[in-house]
Write a protein that binds this ligand. Sequence first.
Ligand SMILES: NC(=O)C1=CN([C@@H]2O[C@H](COP(=O)(O)OP(=O)(O)OC[C@H]3O[C@@H](n4cnc5c(N)ncnc54)[C@H](O)[C@@H]3O)[C@@H](O)[C@H]2O)C=CC1
Ligand SMILES: O=C(O)[C@H]1O[C@H](OP(=O)(O)OP(=O)(O)OC[C@H]2O[C@@H](n3ccc(=O)[nH]c3=O)[C@H](O)[C@@H]2O)[C@H](O)[C@@H](O)[C@@H]1O
Length: 734
Amino acid sequence: MISAENLVPGNECAPSSINESSVSQIHGEGAKTVGAADTAHKAVRKITCLGSGFVGGPTSAVTAFMSNIDVTVVDINSERIKAWNSDRLPIYEPGLHEIVYAARDGTYTNSALKRNELSNLPGRTRKPNLHFSTNVDKAIQDADLIFVCVNTPTKANGVGKGAAADLAFVEAAARNIAHVATEDKIIVEKSTVPCRTAHSIREILSANAKPGVHFDVLSNPEFLAEGTAVQDLLSPDRVIIGSEMTPEGIQAARSLAGVYSQWIPTERIITMNVWSSELSKLAANALLAQRISSINALSAICEATGAEVDEVSHACGLDSRIGPHMLAAGPGFGGSCFQKDIFNIVYLSESLHLYEVADYWRGIINMNEYQKQRFTKRIISCMFNNLTGKKVAVLGFAFKKNTSDTRESPAITLVSNFAAERAQVAIYDPKVKEAQIWQELQEAGGNLLQLKKNVLVCKSGYDACRGADGVVIMTGWDEFSNKDPINAGNLAPPSMTSIGRLSPITGVLQGRAMNASVDNCGLQAKAQGPKTTKDLPSVQKKRDATLVIRNPTTGEVVNFKKSSTRDSSMVSELEGPQIPSHNDENAFIEGTGRPRLRASEVPTYNHPRPIMEPFPSALTEIDNNLPRSPGRTKHGKQYSTTTPGSPSKLSSSPRRYSFHTFPSDKTTKDGPSTSNFGPEETKTERLDWARIAKGMRKPMWVFDGRNILDAAKLEALGFRVEAIGRASKYSGFG
Ligand SMILES: NC(=O)C1=CN([C@@H]2O[C@H](COP(=O)(O)OP(=O)(O)OC[C@H]3O[C@@H](n4cnc5c(N)ncnc54)[C@H](O)[C@@H]3O)[C@@H](O)[C@H]2O)C=CC1
Ligand SMILES: O=C(O)[C@H]1O[C@H](OP(=O)(O)OP(=O)(O)OC[C@H]2O[C@@H](n3ccc(=O)[nH]c3=O)[C@H](O)[C@@H]2O)[C@H](O)[C@@H](O)[C@@H]1O
């Protein structure tokens, strides 16, 4: 059991006794911010993360970078670990390379960066505290706290097939921890799991633990979104920690809160009942997806009536009760989690005999499917109800911009539909590799030989569009947009998707742009909004700002400075653990009326070494492609054949540990995809639509699935522009 004796001097809250009232302070009245209870906790010095995917990799990198904790990331997939240990990382996330190189190598002179003149500045070193390894057992033994970030795909077989979460990887991880650990540990469930999974993990651990070894299990779901993972981790809206309502559970929660509070304001760290925490994650994803399906449903009404969906979402989003996020109409949501997690809720509801509830949530997925088919039909209808022999260029294959991830991408459905119509389909995506596209189309039921007769994967947008009858925008990559970059912010529609997270690394205001100027169908919609943090409300400014972490002991500071090319007004400060005085106006959390914690309520930390400035932002655009992780499922199917090969023992009895290789590991010509993701040093050019116009067949159609195009400008070039959520101007065949 964790005890006060284990506290590390200088790195802990003052220990004190735990009593009933402190327990109820955390759990008695629902969710609380940390620091409300006065309990002892063990300071965490070593973290091990099981799973080096989208969650495990970035989470560990940011944790190491922002703290003095030694973080070791392990994975049963040695290729992934090899890539994490190289200059070319296995996943594409803007800003991630900078953080990994600094925390992993302790230097800014990584071989890939030597060309960067700033890497030669003196003093740019720090003690490495981020490690990637395949030695799972040793990492488990060494850790005080273990993040479980393994995959939880939809079940492909048996009871609950196609709906329930497959917890095989979670269970295997728990068994391995119990088998290996010789000392007490805090186990942190970060994977998205069904409600009450922590209970099962606890049972597995206690049934298999060595004598005298105690495990505390916490739920701590991750809310990062791909493409903005680094900034989401640096400045999350909230951190949820679910624990048991026991003194030990609360101590464990405090220990984990102590980790996060090294860079996240304590009022954003919320503790709650473990089951609430687990359900909160599923609920958050379901609610986000529900908004997208809602606006997509409204987009159909807009198209039929002449209302414009951007204007509708903008108008609705200005209502503070609704808010502006996740209201961009599109071709349907994709990504690995929304559908999976909603199915999870559907399955849970049906298991509880709550059939109406299950139907309600299933409706969100049904609407998503409808949107994909509706967009397909509109395209076919415009193109005279006949695609046979016509060339359709598809720009974008990733499920959203700024990621190479293609899981559940709506492009898969549309390309499959076009191919079924016997169109010649030419696909271009700046980050997705050809092999991955073929893999997805095959997974969707396509025959590769047949597909290759109809589908071509191109190296540029111009190649894809040359000779095309129609161009379909499926991913909102900035390079496809023709909107004025200054007015267009991140080129999001005025519906302000993901409004305003200022990249702490680059100083770029990413997403949340309320400022797209739309001039379409003779309407001048002026949706001017904040362009910099200066213009944002103060609370948001604080939340979205660049990070400054105070080191209370040494006064050393991590300062995420903006790139020299950026407007300084786009950078402000977000303080780390806040230690306000109750006598000043900072005593209350801005905009909430809630009191800040007193200094004595906030853990303080020593940083034993200087924490350095991260890199300048020149390297944030990284060309890579995401290898699919083992065990991912799509539409209930497993991706690849199983392969034995865990380097780690998972139980006392010998067993073969199955996992699924990345498809691209097998299919890319130039070696495993995990070695292909290095910094990109050139800026991507915008497409020249005038040049595209010269090469296309007449009439020239553009179908804007992401509302990233200025229709008027394209129409001046002779294009017929059709956009999601706007009435068709040209379709006579609907
Ligand atoms: N991808 C995302 O943006 C988000 C995902 N999540 C959730 O986080 C979890 C992980 O997601 P991703 O990182 O995307 O998955 P992923 O599939 O990219 O990575 C999971 C990794 O865990 C490894 N693994 C499996 N069993 C292991 C074991 N016993 N020991 C060590 N490594 C093991 C796999 O080899 C794989 O590399 C899922 O539950 C997901 O729903 C939550 C928030 C965001
Ligand atoms: O659990 C997860 O995996 C994560 O799922 C989502 O993150 P992600 O799927 O990476 O990306 P989103 O930005 O949410 O986009 C999901 C899909 O919805 C679409 N979308 C998003 C926003 C919008 O307004 N409209 C819209 O169509 C995107 O294009 C994309 O296809 C959530 O946003 C994260 O909070 C969550 O942690």
